[in-house]
Design a protein around this ligand. Structure first.
Ligand SMILES: [Zn+2]
Ligand SMILES: [Zn+2]
Length: 133
């Protein structure tokens, strides 16, 4: 089964020919800034399973984990499409909000809970990781 998604303006589309190896909510400070205050929700896939169409701009920054993380976004509308630590054999994190069916992959863990704001609602049914898992 394939999964599809797009940015806010539709300039970027992607197709994924795999099931996720994990789905996480991330409350790191970088994600809070990118997500306008909330956690990001990310489904992890092998990079080679994802085909992109359209123009994607990437931005690299050292994350709280200490790894250089590449983030891909639409240069037209700014939607965050993916992130990927620049570490060998690391899955690509697709932003679940850009999927055509965002209900497809519910989160299975919450990470970086130590940096979540005091008002964050963290599902007690999910595993919590204070930092990276
Ligand atoms: Zn766009
Ligand atoms: Zn994060």
């Amino acid at each position: 089964m394939t999964h599809t998604g797009a940015c806010f303006c539709g300039q970027v589309r992607y197709t994924i020919a795999a099931e996720p190896v994990g789905v996480r909510m991330c409350w790191c400070r970088d994600c809070q800034r990118l997500a306008s205050g909330s956690a990001t929700v990310n489904a992890l896939f092998p990079p080679q399973a994802i085909t992109y169409e359209g123009e994607i701009t990437t931005f690299e920054k050292v994350a709280d984990s200490g790894n250089v993380v590449e983030r891909g976004f639409c240069p037209n509308c700014g939607s965050q499409i993916f992130s990927r630590p620049k570490v060998a054999d690391t899955p690509t994190r697709i932003r679940v909000g850009t999927l055509d069916d965002p209900s497809a992959f519910p989160p299975t863990a919450i990470i970086w809970t130590d940096s979540a704001p005091s008002w964050a609602v963290l599902d007690p049914a999910l595993p919590h990781h204070p930092k990276a898992p």
